[in-house]
Every structure is written in C-alpha cells, then in structure tokens.
Design a protein around this ligand. Structure first.
Ligand code: ZN
Length: 519
C-alpha cells in the first residue's frame, strides 16, 4: 500500500544509517536496530509500531532488488516468509478502510499460522529429502497443537487442520494419517468461510486429496504404518528397533531425548516421534506422560521396548579410570578420583545422576503400569547391578517378570555380544541355534567353522576391539533396502531377528490374554 511521504522518510533514515554501494542499500541487523531505536523522522514515518513500519519497508526494498541483507555469516536474516509477513504488517498499519484492514488481517493471520507450522516442523519433524514435503507424524500432532496453542485458540476450532490443508496443497507438508474422518472437506469449508483462499471449498478439497494420495503412496516409513500393532520404543536412539519391527508389520513410537541423529545411509536423519527427557521429575509416571504427549492411550500399545542408556554403565568404562576420565560408577573409584580434575569429576557425577534418575523413572513406570514389555541391556552392563533394578525385579517376579540371557550372535550378529532381556512376556529364545545362545559353527560369528578345530570359536567381529577389520561395522540392511548403518548405529543396534522373535512372543501373549478374557 503506497504512502509516499512515509516511504520517503524511511528511505532517508535508512540511507543515513546503512551502507550504500552503487545504488544498493546494504542492511545489517544492527543497522535495522539503530533505525528502530532512534526517534528521527518520527512524525513522517509514523509514531506507533515503528519496528513493523521500518521492517515492512525494508522487506519490499529487498524483494524489489534495491536492498541486500548484510551478515558476517552470509545468512539471510530475513527470509522470504518473514518478508511476506513484514510487508503485510505494514500494509495492515496503513489500511485505508475497515474492509481493506479486515482483508489484510485475514491474510496476515493465514501466513503467520503457516509460518508457525513450518517453523515447528523444521525443529520437530525429520528433515525431508530434497524437494519432498515434510511428514507431519501422527504422535507429533498433539505436540504441535500444544506448542502453538495460542495461535489455534485465537483462530478458533478447525484452524490447525485448515493450515495443514493449505500447506498440503502447496506441497510443503502432508499428514501421515488423517487427524479425523472427513477432515479435508471440513478444513476446505473453513478456508472458504474465512476467505483464506480465492478457490472454492470443493476445488481445495479435490486438490488436497490428489496431493495426499500421491504423497502417501510414495512414502515408506522407517518405523511402520500407523494402523499396525504398536510398540512404544523408549530410548529409540538409532532406530534399530523400528527398522526390525516394521518387517513383521509392527509399528514403533520412538521416544527419546535426542534431537536429530544421523543413523547412516539406510534411513538418514531420524528424530523420535516423542521428545522426552527421562530424567525429568514428575508426579505422573513416565509411561503416562509419554502417552499423553503422543495423544494415545497406553492400552492401545501392544508392548513397550526399553533400551536404558548404557554407555555410562558399560564395563568398558573401567578401562579409562587410570587416566582420570572414567564414566558412570567407575568415576568414583579411588584411582579415578585421584587422576581426575574436580570439574571433570563434577560433570561425570551430574551425568551419572541424570542417568540413574532416568532408569528409576523407567522402572517405576513399569512397576506401576506393568504393560507387556521387554528391556535389553548388555550382560556386562552395570545396569543389572543397580539397586532399584534388582528391587523392581524381585518385587515383580510374581507378576511374571523374568530375566533371559541370550547371545546376539545366535541372532545373526558377527560379534557374540551377550545380552540380558528382562520381560514379562512368556518367551522361549530360539534364534539360529535354537536356544538363543552362542553355538560354535552355527551362530552368526562362527558360521561354517568346524567345532573342535583351532580357532573355531573365534567370532569374526568384536564389539570392543582395536583391530578395525574386526569392529562391528555393517548391520544387515532391512529387506529390499540399500544402505548401511553408521559405525556407532551398528554397534548399538539390537539384532533384527531378536527384536522380531520378542515381538511375535508379545503378539502370542496378547492373543492368549484375549482368549482368556473371552472365556
Ligand atoms: Zn557365537
């Protein structure tokens, strides 16, 4: 909207503050701040909302090629979406009639809401492949709604779906599953009523349906379809449980504190469906908090998988104590306390404290809810020595809690990696060897070796080794998929067939319970 005298005054102000090179104005963030702060040309530019007026003017100058953003890191500190909003805010301030003010306000609200979803998705969803839309995952919906609740409250019921529909048509996002039946039609009508699009509702709806169908047909979620049996995967980490589970038509809901982790070329960057700090204290138990955050009920979940953080509890840390950089319980040995700096010791103590706190929260929730669950940790982990773990197992032994020791080589791994599973699911470990334990000649690390001959029991890889050729490197890729896990992802992953054997045991137990209830 033109306001020649105000524009001219802003130009005069900015030319006095910023750099002018060959007719182009170079503007830094501090230039802008200075222009907003001074009271120069107050009457001409406008007394109220000075920042919005100057930003709006600058956005237009950039869009029309008369100004450039200046930044030491070469970053565009006012992106295209921000410029659109800045220009709209200025237009709104200059609206001549109530009718035009209303129209600008509607556009501004729409663009702000779209920007809010896109910004949230960039921070909370998995980064999409180049040019592909961002997937809005099912369990993230409640988190999106909560994080931006003020916007949805201001815009009224139905606004979130309307924004998602517009972004879907634009090719920017798509919802993994329908938020409710008939949502496309309802959202399209909402958009028409609010004048958010020049297109009629029926046209918006048919465009959205086409886009959605195409996007969903193309997608192949790494952690299963949302209408399958579901497992809550606490401590998702590198996502190996989800990859294994989806091969037996089981979906996982990953829960983790981690941001984005690069899992390797198999699935690229992954991010948990539910972001949760297990160490945070609360009156509500951890499982209930997870369910609430994901917008699901605990009873809809078939089982819970737990992989409590174990790097701090690993016996391998023992090796570092003489150098004063031991972790976890080994930080407290006399040898380490003598060698470590006070800062180092303090840091280790607080990290260990958070680790112990997080384990307590998981054990308490398991005892309280007692869902079908399986919890894995290396046999050599200090986890199994912790008092709260031992007490919980003793207390719940009458409820079917039981410990099983298996070797992951019996499930195809090239290293033996003895692992303990705590579960309340009746289970008869099988694997390749029929017992879930290592058998020379038939386990994954000694396959084909003749028992009794020299070196027959030597596994072809080791989890901890100084020989790079024997280090765990590659995971068995999921069926029909190319790519491999990164070294750290491969080292930490649980063998797929072990995961699948436990999932089938959980299914059998669920069916048994159903039959029992039926009788
Ligand atoms: Zn073996």
């Amino acid at each position: 909207m033109a306001d020649t005298s105000a524009d001219e005054a802003t130009r005069q102000l900015m030319h006095g503050i910023c750099e002018l090179r060959r007719g182009t104005l170079y503007v830094s963030q501090s230039h802008l701040a200075a222009a907003v702060k001074t009271r120069k040309l107050q009457a001409e530019i406008g007394a109220n909302n000075r920042a919005d007026r100057i930003r709006g003017w600058l956005a237009r100058e950039i869009d029309e090629g008369r100004a450039l953003l200046l930044d030491p890191a070469q970053l565009e500190w006012m992106g295209p979406e921000e410029r659109t909003l800045a220009r709209l805010r200025l237009d709104a301030l200059r609206a001549q009639t109530p009718e035009s003010a209303r129209k600008i306000q509607e556009t501004l609200e729409r663009e702000e809401a779209k920007g809010a979803v896109l910004t949230w998705a960039a921070e909370n969803e998995e980064p999409p492949k180049e040019g592909e839309p961002i997937v809005l995952r099912k369990e993230k919906r409640a988190q999106l709604r909560t994080a931006r609740h003020r916007i949805w409250k201001n815009l009224g019921a139905g606004s979130l779906n309307a924004v998602i529909l517009l972004l879907l048509i634009q090719g920017a996002v798509y919802p993994e599953s329908d938020p409710e039946t008939g949502w496309i039609q309802t959202a399209a009508t909402w958009i028409e009523t609010r004048h958010w699009s020049p297109d009629p509702a029926h046209l918006l709806a048919s465009q959205a349906e086409t886009k959605l169908r195409a996007a969903r047909e193309k997608s192949r979620p790494r952690d299963g379809l949302r209408d399958w049996d579901t497992i809550l995967d606490l401590g998702e980490g590198w996502g190996s449980i989800g990859t294994a589970a989806q091969e037996v038509q089981c979906a996982t809901i990953g829960v983790d504190i981690a941001g984005v982790v690069y899992q390797g070329s198999l699935h690229g960057h992954i991010r948990a469906r539910v972001h949760m700090d297990f160490a945070a204290q609360s009156d509500t138990n951890l499982l209930r908090r997870v369910a609430k955050k994901a917008g699901i009920s605990l009873s809809s979940v078939m089982a819970v998988w737990l992989s409590p953080e174990c790097t701090l509890l690993s016996m391998a840390n023992h090796m570092n104590k003489s150098r004063g950089c031991a972790h976890g319980p080994y930080a407290e040995t006399l040898e380490n306390r003598t060698a470590a700096t006070p800062e180092r010791l303090e840091l280790e103590r607080s990290k260990y404290q958070a680790c112990i706190q997080s384990i307590s929260q998981q054990m308490e929730a398991l005892v309280e809810e007692n869902p079908l669950f399986m919890l894995e940790n290396p046999q050599a982990s200090h986890f199994w020595e912790l008092t709260q773990v031992k007490q919980a197992i003793a207390k719940m032994s009458t409820k079917g809690w039981k410990l099983y020791t298996v070797d992951q080589c019996a499930y195809g791994r090239k290293a033996q990696k003895p692992t303990v599973i705590l579960t309340n699911i009746p289970w008869d470990p099988q694997g390749l060897t029929g017992t879930g334990r290592c058998v020379t000649g038939s386990c994954g690390g000694t396959m084909g070796n003749v028992p009794g001959t020299p070196g027959a029991g030597k596994h072809s890889q080791q989890t901890v080794t100084s020989d790079p050729n024997r280090r765990t490197r590659m995971g068995e890729p999921a069926k029909g998929q190319k790519g491999e896990y990164s070294v750290v992802a491969a080292k930490n992953r649980v063998e797929a067939s072990l995961v699948q054997e436990l999932i089938q045991a959980a299914r059998a137990q669920r069916e048994a319970r159903k039959r029992k209830r039926g009788n």
